[in-house]
Design a protein around this ligand. Structure first.
Ligand SMILES: Nc1ncnc2c1ncn2[C@@H]1O[C@H](COP(=O)(O)OP(=O)(O)OP(=O)(O)O)[C@@H](O)[C@H]1O
Length: 245
């Protein structure tokens, strides 16, 4: 597997607050990487830097070997390759489910409406939401909204999907239906970077787990290593705290 994304010495500051400190990380094509860590450790900020919702203060971000932060890089094209699923769904409330999955395809990828609709229906079917194609987001449960958000993102044929705590805003009984869809996606060869507090899920689906603490990658490795044999004291403490609930 080749590196799809390479992050070198990435830093992000808000005023004097250094949220990300010298992050180095690479993600291979087809890899499923989960990012875990305490609240405030910078997990979401890292994800938002990867798709440039936040501009890094310093460092390099390479996509297929090209630094996307260098002047002249085609950012709209890069963004079209990177799908994102947010904690709060971020669906277009005034559009129905189908249109939510069509708009980006037509506007950004310049697909015909017919083709976009066919792809949208196919993906809504995959997430079990085809029958809701003409519903408005306000008529859906949180779990259903998140499944639509996933269908919308995959309809753009992304090369990498970023998930920012996709189940954190859900009622507990809806978490499973969203994890199920994500689990299915991990079997398709799609590169995925997932920020999550669902430890059992992270252990099950990840090729690699990144443990972040206070703005650095404190430890990384195979899920078995991180969850069963963590080396760093702070990884052990974090996992202990989570297990004690
Ligand atoms: N736009 C912003 N302006 C100022 N500070 C910010 C901004 N976004 C994030 N921060 C700060 O950066 C730090 C890291 O936040 P981030 O959301 O990345 O953490 P996290 O690890 O994802 O936490 P959680 O698990 O609670 O979502 C926090 O202290 C937060 O207050």
């Amino acid at each position: 597997m080749t590196d799809l994304i390479e992050i070198k010495h990435l830093q992000k500051q808000y005023g004097n607050h250094e949220v990300l400190k010298d992050i180095n990380l690479s993600v291979k094509d087809g890899e499923v990487v989960t990012i875990i860590g305490p609240s405030g450790s910078g997990k979401s900020t890292l994800l938002r830097c990867i798709n440039l919702l936040e501009e890094p203060t310093d460092g390099e971000l390479l996509f297929k070997g090209d630094n996307i932060l260098s002047p002249g890089y085609n950012l709209p094209k890069y963004r079209a390759h990177v799908g994102m699923v947010f904690q709060q769904f971020n669906l277009f409330e005034n559009h129905d489910v189908l249109n939510n999955c069509i708009v980006g395809q037509v506007k950004v990828l310049k697909r015909s409406r017919e083709e976009a609709e066919r792809i949208a229906i196919e993906n809504l079917d995959k997430v079990g939401m085809k029958d809701f194609a003409h519903a408005k987001p306000s008529q859906l449960s949180g779990g259903q909204k998140q499944r639509v958000a996933i269908a919308r993102a995959i309809s753009m044929d992304p090369e990498v999907m970023l998930f920012d705590e996709p189940t954190s805003a859900l009622d507990p009984e809806m978490v499973g239906e969203v994890l199920k869809i994500m689990r299915e996606l991990t079997g398709t060869g799609l590169t995925m970077i997932i920020v999550t507090h669902e430890m059992a899920f992270a252990e099950e689906v990840s090729d690699r787990v990144i443990f972040m603490d206070q703005g650095v990658v404190a430890e990384e490795g195979a899920p078995e290593k991180i969850f069963q044999h963590p080396e760093q004291a702070r990884t052990k403490e974090f996992l202990q705290r989570i297990l004690e609930g």
